[in-house]
Design a protein around this ligand. Structure first.
Ligand SMILES: O=C(O)COP(=O)(O)O
Ligand SMILES: [Mg+2]
Length: 236
C-alpha cells in the first residue's frame, strides 16, 4: 500500500533527544522531506492543543493535529473531541499531595491533565509515584500515561484512537500510514499502523515493539525513519 501519512510524537521524537524540548533541525528536514513527497505528517502529542497546533504550523506538517494523548484533534480550524469529561478536581488535588506538579498547560487542556514529577526524584521514587498515581486514577476509570516528560491522567483510549480518527478525517486507511514515537504513551499509536519506528534513544518498552529502531537520537532518528519509509516505498 502506498504511504500516505505518518503519525509522529513530538517530545523525544522531533526534539534533539529524549528529555530535551528543543526541536531538532533533522526533524524539520524529515517533515519537509515527507511532505514534499505527498506524505502528510500528523503530530500526535501529549501536549495541549495550542502547543501542538502551533508547532504544526511552524514545523510545516499538513495533517490533522492530535493533542492531549489522542483526546482532541484539530484539522482545518475545526476541533474534534475524541474524549469527554476530565479528571475530577479531588483526584488532581491528591496527585499534588503526592508532590506531583501540575503542568502550566493544564489551563489550556480539555480532557487529559499533565503533571511533572517532583524535582530531583530518583528512578525508584519515580516508579513508586507512578504506581501510586495509577492506583488513584484507575479507581476513577482513568488511564495513566507516562511520556518520559510528564504523567498524564487520561479519560480516553490514548494516541492510537486519536491517530485513527485523524486518518479518517483525511481519508487515509491505517494500512496506508506509519507512526513513530519514543515513549510509553506512544505504544498504542505504534500498534494501530503496520509500520512503526522509534528514535535510537526511545524507551526500552518502545524499542521492542517497533519495526524500525533508528540509530540517531530524537529528531535525527525521525529523519532516518522518514528516509527509510520513502526508500521502502520505492523498493515495493
Ligand atoms: O506532553 C508530554 O508529556 C510529552 O509529549 P509527547 O507525547 O509529544 O512526547
Ligand atoms: Mg514523546
Amino acid at each position: 500500500m502506498p504511504l500516505k501519512a505518518v503519525g509522529s510524537d513530538v517530545d523525544g521524537t522531533l526534539t534533539v533527544r529524549r528529555g530535551d524540548l528543543r526541536v531538532s533541525v533533522h526533524a524539520i528536514r524529515g517533515i519537509r522531506l515527507l511532505e514534499s513527497r505527498g506524505v502528510k505528517v500528523i503530530l500526535v502529542s501529549g501536549n495541549s492543543l495550542p502547543v501542538t497546533a502551533g508547532l504544526s504550523v511552524y514545523l510545516g506538517s499538513s495533517g490533522p493535529v492530535v493533542a492531549e494523548n489522542g483526546c482532541v484533534i484539530m484539522y482545518r480550524g475545526q476541533i474534534y473531541h475524541v474524549c469527554s469529561g476530565r479528571p475530577p478536581e479531588g483526584l488532581l488535588r491528591k496527585l499534588q499531595d503526592l508532590g506531583l506538579r501540575p503542568s502550566w498547560q493544564n489551563e489550556f487542556r480539555y480532557h487529559d491533565m499533565a503533571f511533572f514529577m517532583p524535582r530531583g526524584v530518583d528512578e525508584n521514587s519515580k516508579a513508586e509515584l507512578l504506581r501510586a498515581v495509577s492506583e488513584i486514577a484507575e479507581a476513577h476509570g482513568l488511564r495513566v500515561l507516562w511520556s518520559g516528560y510528564a504523567v498524564h491522567i487520561n479519560p480516553g483510549n490514548g494516541k492510537g484512537e486519536g491517530l485513527l480518527r485523524a486518518l479518517e478525517l483525511i481519508g487515509v486507511s491505517a494500512s496506508e500510514a506509519a507512526a513513530i514515537g519514543d515513549g510509553e504513551n506512544d505504544l498504542d499509536m505504534l500498534s494501530v499502523v503496520p509500520i512503526s519506528g522509534c528514535p535510537g534513544d526511545a524507551a526500552p518498552a518502545v524499542k521492542v515493539k517497533v519495526k524500525f529502531v533508528a540509530r540517531g537520537r530524537g529528531g535525527a532518528g525521525f529523519l532516518e525513519f522518514a528516509r527509510w519509509l520513502l526508500a521502502k516505498g520505492e523498493r515495493n
